[in-house]
Design a protein around this ligand. Structure first.
Ligand code: PLP
Length: 415
């Protein structure tokens, strides 16, 4: 079918939208695998585990009971109550079902929140490295992402000084993500208290607190912003869901918890977008929140922690790489400054982190994602939501590939 209507027929907003770079990296790896190459794919943002059986069983029961109709737009009463109860217990905050909206994944909650609040040109502060959806969803909804780079010395966390500098009268939201994708960074109570102090001087700024990786932590349980600064509850939207904790990415259930007027606005937008989330997914998520798979969550966390350690030890021994030990999530954030400028066996120079990623895919058959996709270079993100065998083989292949780079002396000097 040929047409000359496009791209002009697309809206300015749609023209600015792009397919997720993580999905693109995965697709490139899949193409090579289809050609018969042995490719280890470590690009994925989803657990390698299957959804626990007790949760699947709850969905089967719901199906048998005929829970196959539209649910209320903001979610089933039972699931909204269960979410609210979880926050009351954990954070001692005063929330009930009316403070909760259930959506098709946390991603949709974020989209709805930005759609419901941003006017053209409103600014949203996004610390980098970021999950690419944050700036892209801001742009699609007419806003202006204000990307604030973070530094390795600060554990890739936003500092109060840089937050203060980034706030303007047009700032609508600050987005914070802990445990962080892709950095694995977890904000401490003191760090959150310091950020909250800055926010108190900027009462017009809303806070999107994304805690999607809350259940995946290695040193100590992550602290939530509202536990530290309950006075921010009137302007904070907490985003979470079942995707990562319960290995339920495909069920598409997430939720936002926040002030009732904001939740009502999200509900109004959602009513014209998807009418609501899947009835069976919500039944399954309810079983998860009621504890059907608590043992799974603990076992998965221990498995991720062991893999994190293996990656830190294994890649930490490779000259030119600097692994930043994750405190949560299932990602390793690896500095590759030591490889920039090195020369590949075919004579080509590695100029940036995209070159590192392309070369690792071609020469080692290991697929990872370049830091530039997350707004900070030169780094790469390696997902350890993969089998032990794949992780071990990837570490070995990366080590062997780096050993073929010249000049080795410069790698060692930079490491
Ligand atoms: N927040 C972060 C930081 C994520 O990495 C993701 C998924 O990758 C989400 C939110 C959304 O997850 P979902 O839409 O599956 O609930």
């Amino acid at each position: 079918m040929t047409t000359n209507l496009f791209p002009d027929a697309l809206s300015r907003r749609a023209r600015g939208a792009q397919l997720s770079p993580i999905a693109a990296a995965g697709a490139r790896a899949a193409r090579l695998a289809a050609e018969g190459r042995s490719i280890i794919v470590l690009t994925s943002g989803e657990p390698d585990f299957d959804t626990p059986d007790a949760i699947k069983q709850a969905a089967r029961v719901a199906l048998e009971q005929g829970q196959t109709k539209y649910t209320p737009t903001a979610g089933t009463a039972a699931l909204r109550r269960a979410v609210a109860q979880g926050y009351r217990q954990r954070d001692d905050v005063d929330v009930d079902a009316s403070n909760v909206i259930v959506s098709n994944g946390g991603k949709q909650v974020i989209y709805l929140a930005l759609n419901a609040t941003l006017d053209e040109g409103d600014e949203v502060i996004v610390p980098a490295p970021y999950w690419p959806t944050f700036p892209d969803a801001v742009r699609i909804n007419g806003g202006q992402p204000v990307v604030v780079p973070t530094r390795a010395e600060q554990g890739f966390k936003l500092t109060p000084q840089s937050l203060r500098q980034a706030i303007t009268p047009r700032t609508k939201w600050l987005i914070l993500n802990s445990p962080g994708n892709p950095s694995g960074a977890v904000y401490t109570a003191d760090e959150l208290a310091a950020l909250a102090a800055v926010l108190r001087d900027a009462p017009h700024v809303l806070v999107l607190w994304d805690e999607m990786y809350e259940a995946i932590w290695f040193l100590q349980p992550p602290v939530s912003l509202l536990r530290v600064a309950p006075d921010l509850a009137g302007r904070t939207l907490v985003v979470n869901g079942v995707s990562k904790a319960y290995a339920m990415t495909g069920w598409r259930i997430g939720w936002g918890t926040g002030p009732t007027p904001l939740i009502h606005a999200l509900e109004a937008v959602q009513s014209q977008v998807s009418s609501g989330a899947s009835s069976l997914g919500q039944a399954a998520a309810l079983a998860a929140l009621q504890g059907a798979a608590d043992g799974f969550v603990i076992n998965a966390r221990h498995a991720y922690a062991a893999r994190a350690q293996r990656v830190v030890d294994g890649l930490g021994a490779v000259p030119g790489l600097r692994v930043h030990a994750p405190h949560g999530s299932f990602f390793a954030w690896v500095g590759v400054a030591g490889l920039i400028g090195a020369v590949r066996p075919d004579g080509r120079r590695i100029e940036h982190d995209g070159d590192v990623v392309d070369w690792l895919l071609e020469s080692a058959g290991v697929a990872v994602v370049q830091g530039s996709a997350y707004g900070l270079s030169p780094y790469l993100r390696l997902s350890f939501a993969a089998s032990d065998a794949d992780i071990n083989a990837a570490i070995e292949r990366i080590g062997q590939a780096v050993a073929t780079l010249a000049p080795q002396a410069s790698l060692e000097a930079a490491a």
